[in-house]
Design a binder for this molecule. Structure first.
Ligand code: NAD
Length: 347
């Protein structure tokens, strides 16, 4: 049985604890750490036999593997300490705050002994996986425009660190957008150039951008667009994806938990459907329906982490993979500061 320690008992710590409950007796939560004694104590009180401390160093000997769900500026030092102590690590995204820090963790990474994996949770969520399969498999032809919207309200109720650029490593794009830049790279391949425009208008609690617009041109010719905001006071999009393909449009709606295919049967100025196609697909066909809520597939992510530990497998979401989206974001930020386009070739 694997002994698991949880460092950071905030919003994501809670989500991880709930996810662990579904993993049965392969794992036991043996230790908690949080600088907020009340939070750590409360988590431990609900977990028989678990120890807790406000200093994570003091619980290092109480577990084989650690989940790190703490502010981003702490990721580097905590991953380093845990790996040096021979502990398996699942660190929430982003891996670390700078390229130098990420590279030194990549160098130290000897997965699967011990395992180091990064919490890009959407890779473990069936609806996002299915969307990726449709796009990469060219199920409806070539994608020429991929648009991703993530509209939510994230204010300082989570903790003051969320608004601070030095603790977050940037703004909304770095913190949350990294999930979607990562998916774009996976789905559309090699990026060529791109730009970012951000603002904190509407999210004055954010030192850097709370709303972010990214456009990237890919080597295939496709354009990827991402709009993420932490200032939405209302939204019909929620988290949505439109993939315009040469044979129609794919839509992922996290609100509905569906992936739909749209094609205008009347033709218009696009090729009309054949009668057979129109029978199958009037104008919108639901291709996929999620069987549970979309978004927090931490249990599936933990399952993948456990399998790597138990079967001595290298993790799919390695430190080396996780640095790619961050490199794109750093290049986009840099170009935004200079007022130019970012050269993304070779990233
Ligand atoms: N994948 C996702 O969907 C998702 C969503 C939200 C957050 N996250 C990530 O999870 C991580 C944590 O975010 P959160 O929203 O849970 O933040 P949070 O503020 O709710 O929780 C962070 C916790 O860390 C504790 N902490 C601070 N310094 C510490 C230290 N030195 N030692 C131990 N504990 C310390 C805080 O007291 C707090 O309880 C971040 O990396 C964030 O990007 C991921």
């Amino acid at each position: 049985m694997i002994k698991l320690g949880l460092i950071g008992c905030g919003v994501m710590g809670k989500a991880h604890l709930a996810g662990i409950a579904s993993l049965g007796n392969r794992v036991v939560v043996s230790a908690f750490a949080d600088t907020d004694a009340e939070r750590a104590g409360k988590f431990a009180a609900g977990t028989p036999g678990a120890v807790w401390d406000t200093d994570y160093h003091k619980i290092l000997n109480s577990a084989d593997a650690f989940i790190l769900a703490v502010p981003h500026d702490l990721h580097y030092e905590m991953v380093l300490t845990c790996l040096k102590a021979g502990k398996h690590v699942l660190v929430e995204k982003p891996l670390a705050l700078t390229e130098k820090e990420c590279l030194s963790l990549i160098e130290l990474d000897s997965s699967p002994d011990p395992v180091l994996t990064v919490g890009h949770v959407l890779h473990h969520d069936p609806i996002w996986q299915k969307m990726g399969e449709f796009i990469k498999g060219k199920a409806f032809g070539e994608v020429f425009q991929l648009s991703i919207w993530t509209e939510q309200l994230t204010d300082l109720s989570r903790g003051a660190w969320i608004g601070r650029a030095d603790k977050l490593g940037g703004g909304q794009l770095f913190s949350h957008g990294c999930h979607y830049i990562d998916l774009m790279l996976d789905w559309l391949g090699e990026p060529v150039f791109g730009c970012h425009i951000g603002t904190n208008l509407g999210t004055p609690w954010m030192e850097r951008e709370g709303t972010s617009n990214v456009s990237i041109k890919f080597a295939s010719g496709a354009i990827g667009y991402h709009m993420g905001t932490w200032g939405a006071r209302g939204s019909s999009h929620g988290y949505s994806v439109h993939a315009h393909c040469t044979e129609g449009m794919l839509e992922l709606s996290s609100r509905k938990g569906t992936i739909s295919f749209h094609r205008d049967p009347s033709g218009g100025d696009i090729p009309a459907m054949t009668k057979e196609e129109a029978k199958i697909s009037p104008s919108e066909t639901v291709l996929y329906k999620a069987d549970k809520s979309v978004g927090k597939h931490v249990a599936e992510q933990l399952e993948a982490f456990l399998q790597c530990i138990e079967q001595k497998k290298k993790p799919e979401i390695s430190a080396k993979l996780a640095i790619r989206s961050l490199r794109v974001i750093w290049a986009l930020y840099d170009a935004e500061n200079k007022g130019t386009l970012a050269d993304l070739r070779g990233i």
